[in-house]
Each structure stands twice: as C-alpha cells, then as structure tokens.
Design a protein around this ligand. Structure first.
Ligand SMILES: NC(=O)c1ccc[n+]([C@@H]2O[C@H](COP(=O)([O-])OP(=O)(O)OC[C@H]3O[C@@H](n4cnc5c(N)ncnc54)[C@H](O)[C@@H]3O)[C@@H](O)[C@H]2O)c1
Length: 363
C-alpha cells in the first residue's frame, strides 16, 4: 500500500507525544523526516520514534523530501511562517492551535491554501471528546433547535504550561486564552453552527506563576516534558481571561478560561437551544419544565490514547485527502475563532467592546 509522505516541523512535546504517534498508528502515513531548530530535539525524536532523517532547516527538508503532508508543531508565533512555507512547497498542512491569532492572518493563510489547492487544517483536537461529538450530532439532527446561548468554562486552579515558551508572549502570542481557550472557543462555535461573530468584550488578568502545577495539570503527558527550566519571572501573558462574544444571529457565547485562578476547576460547554439544552461535561440534556435525559455517547475507538484527538484528526485528514470526506475543521470556523482571539486581546487592552469589523481597519 502506498503511504502518504509526512514531514514534521518542530520536535517538541506535541510532535513527539501526539502527531508522530498518530500518523504511525493510522497506517496510511509515513513520517519521512522531522525538523527542529534545536538539533538535539530533532535527533531525540528520530531515536525515540525510529524516524530515519532529521533537518535543522525546514526549507531544506521540504525541498528534499517533497512531503504531501506537513505538521506544523512550533511555538505559536511561528505558525504562519511555516504554514506558508509548507503550502508554497505543495504540501497539505495540519497546523497546531491556534492556527492564527488575527483575522487577517487566518484569512491570508487560508487563501494561500486555496490558491495552491491544498488542505490547511487547525488541530482543534478537543472536538473529538465523545460528549462534544454527541452534542454535535444532536445539533445536526435539529434536536437542540436554534442555539441562542452558550457558556464555555475551562478553569485550571494551577496548570500553567511550564515546558516550552507558552508563558512568554514573544513566542506564544498570549496565555490561557490562546492556549486552552482556543480549543473551547472552537468547540463552542462549532456546536453553535458557526455563527458569525460581530463583537467581543473581554477582561484578562495574571497571577504570579510560582505555583505552576504539574505537567499533567497543564496538558502534557506524565513524564513527557521537562519543566526544570521554567522561570516564572519571564511570564508576561494572561493566566485568566473572561468575556462575551455577540453573533450576527443574535446569539451569545460567554467564556471564562484560566491556567491559574482562585476559582473552582471547570471544563464545560453549555448550549441552550430553543428545543433542548445540554450540559456537555455532565452529559445532561434539558427540556420542558423538568425533563432531563442522559446524553447518548458513542465511543470513537481512540479514547485510550492520551492525545486521542490527534489520532481522530489523522483519520479525518486521510479521509479528506482521498476525497471521501470534506475538511473536518473548516477554514471559516478557524477564521471566526482567530477573529474572536484578536478582538478579545484588543478589548482587554483597550477596556471596551471591540467590533469584529474594526479588525479589518487595523494597520
Ligand atoms: N492540540 C493540542 O492539544 C496541543 C497541546 C500542546 C501543544 N499544542 C501546540 O503545539 C505547538 C508546540 O507545542 P509543544 O508543546 O510541542 O512545545 P515545545 O516547546 O515542546 O516544542 C516546540 C519545538 O519547536 C522547536 N522550534 C522552535 N523554534 C523553531 C524554529 N524556528 N524552527 C523549527 N523548530 C523550532 C523547539 O526547539 C521545540 O522543539 C504550540 O503551538 C502549542 O499550542 C497543542
């Protein structure tokens, strides 16, 4: 069987623990080479996952390997650079989240993908949580009706990522909202049917990062990362963000997100429709004055894997490449998420509600 040739840019935690294992497990892909600016990171991944070649220069790797698929797994601020480079070299691209954090960057990246007739998909892997897939099925079957309100809460008491450069704005572009909020925003607007955002109002705050939590509480595999180099004095991004998004169809999304906050732990999306409402995390469906059903969950077969969403996404990418399915995380959904991120940061900085239309007028 011919295998689809894949190259990886960035050999850190997510490449090693999620992307490469997912491609290998899928069986339709072959990872021919990896690249990292830090040679020892690239070499370590090759040794551990039995990949034959590594590079320290991405352009050189793309020219020599000519992959059909590239995974972009570098810190956020480098996503656009490597997505564009991979597209220009004719590859389809899976880009780690957030694909972009401005509306114009997201639009430019997707219009480039369209021009080259390639797939560009953001790794919004938490859509594959079985309870979120179950709610999406209800929405698609019109069991929820018109969604007029939703709430996203993703609160970690202490869970600041302490590997990599997540806490440094120059590498990450932002803190909790960009890192974990982007998953929740993506899932929420996907479940709401991707209404068009018109305005965002947000606040952000930062706690001192001395108690940053364990690797697992910040989203890495147990023992999968080295937190020893973390310096809390370098942290210049938010650990907490909260706000509201208004949509063109009159609906609203309320969100609160934290890497660290003196609040109860929460990880939920609540959807209210004019037929039914759902508390996703607690798997409860509400309707009428006192009716409550259990959300019907179907297993997706990958739950045992720590980063199971990446396994599901590799499967979706394969189906899209062979033309039996359309793109699972759609460009227009990711463009909307990027515009919400940009407007939220601007809103917090300028202490006012930001209209999405204003973003197009920014220099
Ligand atoms: N989908 C998810 O659930 C999930 C989870 C964790 C991280 N992520 C995302 O994955 C990305 C990477 O995160 P990570 O945890 O692997 O971080 P990491 O710090 O462990 O790895 C980043 C790697 O990129 C390399 N790198 C830096 N600059 C480079 C350059 N110019 N060229 C090539 N390589 C370069 C670094 O040397 C490092 O090896 C981030 O965008 C993050 O948001 C997604």
């Amino acid at each position: 069987m011919r295998k689809i040739k894949v190259c990886i840019i960035g050999c850190g935690m997510i490449a090693r623990c999620a992307h490469i294992p997912a491609y290998i497990s899928n069986g339709h892909f072959k990872v021919s080479a990896v690249c990292d600016a830090v040679e020892k990171n690239a070499k370590a991944v090759c040794d551990e996952l039995k990949i034959k070649k590594y590079y320290t220069d991405a352009a050189q790797m793309l020219e020599q390997e000519k992959p059909e698929v590239v995974s972009v797994c570098v810190p956020n601020m480098l996503h656009k650079k490597y997505v564009m480079l991979a597209l220009e070299h004719g590859a389809n691209v899976l880009c780690e989240k957030p694909l972009a954090f401005t509306l114009c960057d997201a639009e430019e990246m997707f219009s480039t993908a369209k021009r080259y007739k390639r797939i560009l998909m953001a790794c919004q892997t938490l859509r594959f949580l079985p309870e979120r897939l179950a709610v999406k099925k209800m929405v698609d079957n019109d069991e929820i009706g018109e969604v007029y309100y939703s709430e996203l809460s993703r609160i970690r008491r202490r869970g600041i990522p302490a590997w990599g450069k997540f806490h440094i704005k120059e590498y990450s572009g932002g803190g909790a909202l960009i890192d974990i909020g982007v998953h929740g925003l993506d899932s929420a607007i996907w479940l709401m049917g991707n209404p068009k955002p018109v305005s965002v109002s947000a606040i952000m705050n930062k706690v001192h990062a001395d108690e940053f939590g364990s690797s697992e509480s910040s989203g890495a595999l147990k023992g999968g990362v080295d937190n020893s180099g973390f310096n809390s004095d370098e942290m210049n991004v938010e650990s907490f963000a909260a706000g509201n998004v208004r949509f063109e169809n009159g609906s609203e999304l309320s969100f609160k997100v934290a890497w660290a906050a003196n609040l109860p732990e929460e990880n939920n999306i609540i959807i209210a429709g004019n037929k039914k409402g759902v508390d996703t995390e607690n798997r409860k469906v509400f309707y009428g004055s006192d009716n409550m059903d259990k959300l019907f969950i179907e297993p997706n077969g990958f739950e045992a894997e720590p980063f199971f969403g990446h396994y599901c996404l590799a499967d979706k990418l394969y189906k899209c490449l062979i033309g039996v399915e359309t793109q699972f995380v759609k460009p227009e959904e990711t463009v909307n998420v990027s515009s919400i991120l940009e407007a939220a940061y601007l809103s917090a900085a300028e202490k006012r509600e930001i209209k999405i239309a204003e973003l197009r007028r920014l220099p």
